[in-house]
Design a protein around this ligand. Structure first.
Ligand SMILES: Cc1ncc(COP(=O)(O)O)c(C=O)c1O
Ligand SMILES: N[C@@H](CCOP(=O)(O)O)C(=O)O
Length: 463
């Protein structure tokens, strides 16, 4: 299996190379050159299998020769052994035709653990084999950072630097990033918003002197391995509701478009997905774009679902690549317009292609609070604000005949203030984290200045 860049000007890579490379050297994102498909019988045969077995069967064609079958199986088993639920991604019913896919039973209580635990193990095996080490720099609006630190802390072949927007993540999210004491993980509180963090990471990748000097690697969803690991739970949940003999739809709380793009891949592989619905909070650039208003950056407005406070949604580039018929030049031009002018218009043909794949909806702050309250009353399920954004859109857009699965992307205990305001219930942290507020914090406040950031990283890489 080969991986190619969305901008068409970078070398083709294997799975392992693409995983260790992160951003393509032409500034684009790697995608599989061809998306493998599964037959109806192969999908039907996933029924009743463990999460680990489904992960193996779904991901194996993407991994190719990079890892042997036995090696890959062992990596998957180690990755998911740390999850706090036997099903890994249990499905619960909200009402007669609306289901919630709980993706928050991993070690940091967010869906990021599904991919991050896996790629932590994959990096470790690949780097050991190569006798190499890397510097991971990541941007987070709260959840990617803690998941990355948890997956990579203490590994001697990796230094991890996580940029998060100072004051714009929840206290639990911040403490998850600032309390690990392992010396190879570093929390950097940046004076800016998530888009500033993400732009800084991309600039570091595009500065080849720095990139090669520190052996830069990325674990944001610019890394295709992250996205592929997220394809698996679309299969486990759809099959448990009757796929491939029955269609299902998904609603996905969306920010950087990685999670919903994993759903697109699942659909291309043959999973009978009827609709993929993008749910945004008040930072609604994706909803506006998918509604035909072009892709134009606005101010990021802090919300009670802070992990989705994003304007430049990095994986949308992958969606555009497919919508423009895999035309790397067209994508490169749009990305240039985004960089120079803050936005672009999508061609009529590409809008039609996007419209065939994605629907969308937007949820206000008040609606998010009201959905937390009403869902608790009607189903007993306590939602985090991101999942509530998804549930409201999923409920509004579901079709009576086709089950709707909404992705619950984080545990309510990561956002206790908003959840308590909405429901009157204070969601407790799981017992293994109950001392989170007593642990001592370690972080560095940094200016939004590329030179300063690069110097800090170079100085703090383990020699
Ligand atoms: C809790 C939560 N929900 C939803 C999202 C949005 O996911 P994506 O960026 O893959 O669209 C994020 C951040 O990525 C998140 O942390
Ligand atoms: N919401 C994310 C933002 C980064 O997304 P990623 O999927 O590209 O890593 C977060 O919580 O950090």
């Amino acid at each position: 299996m080969k991986y190619i860049s969305t901008r068409g000007q970078a070398p083709e890579l294997t799975f392992e190379e693409a995983m260790l490379t992160g951003l393509a050297r032409d500034g684009g994102l790697y995608v599989p050159a061809e998306i493998p498909t599964m037959t109806k019988d192969e999908i039907a045969d996933l029924a009743g299998k463990s999460y680990e077995e489904v992960a193996y069967r779904v991901m194996r064609p993407f991994v190719g020769d990079s890892f042997s079958g036995d090696e890959f199986r062992a990596i998957i088993d180690r990755a998911y052994a740390v999850f706090g639920h036997d099903a890994r991604a249990p499905l619960v019913q909200l009402n007669e035709n609306h289901y919630l896919l709980e993706l928050f039973h991993g070690p940091t209580l967010a869906f990021k653990d599904f991919a991050m635990q896996l790629i932590g193990q994959l990096f470790q095996v690949a780097l050991k084999r190569r006798n190499d080490r890397v510097t991971i720099v990541g941007a987070t609006s709260g959840d990617t950072g803690s998941a990355a630190m948890e997956a990579f802390k203490g590994l001697d072949a990796v230094d991890v630097f996580i940029l998060f927007p100072d004051g714009r993540v929840s206290e639990v999210q911040r403490r998850q990033m600032t309390t690990p004491q392992e010396s190879n993980v570093h929390a950097l509180a940046l004076d800016g918003d998530f888009d500033d963090c993400q732009a800084a990471v991309k600039e570091m990748f595009n500065d080849f002197g720095f990139r090669d000097g520190v052996k830069l690697a990325g674990v944001n969803s610019i890394n295709i391995a992250r996205v592929l690991a997220q394809v698996v739970y679309y299969f486990t949940s759809a099959v448990s509701l009757g796929a491939p003999h029955r269609k299902v739809s998904f609603t996905v709380p969306t920010g950087n478009f990685g999670d919903i793009f994993a759903g697109f891949i699942a659909k291309q592989m043959g999973l009978p997905i009827d609709r993929l619905v993008v749910a945004t909070n008040q930072n609604d650039i994706l909803h506006r774009c998918l509604s035909g208003q072009g892709y134009h950056k606005g101010e990021t407005i802090p919300s009670i679902s802070p992990s989705m406070d994003i304007q430049v949604s990095s994986n949308f580039e992958r969606a555009l690549y497919f919508a423009y018929g895999r035309d790397g030049n067209a994508v490169a031009q749009l990305m240039d317009e985004l960089k120079s002018g803050g936005g672009f218009e999508v061609s009529r043909g590409a809008m039609e292609a996007l419209g065939e794949q994605y629907d969308s909806g937007r949820v206000s702050e008040d609606e998010t609070l009201a959905t937390i309250k009403s869902t608790l009353a009607s189903s007993g399920e306590l939602l985090c604000p991101h999942s509530a954004v998804g549930v409201m859109v999923g409920e509004a857009q579901r079709d009576a005949a086709i089950p709707m699965i909404t992705l619950a992307t984080a545990h309510p205990a990561k956002f206790p203030a908003a959840v308590e305001e909405a429901s009157g219930v204070h969601p407790p942290l799981p017992s293994r984290m109950s001392d989170l507020y007593e642990r001592s914090e370690r972080m560095t406040r940094v200016a939004n200045d590329l030179g300063v950031l690069q110097s800090h990283i170079k100085e703090h890489i383990a020699k």
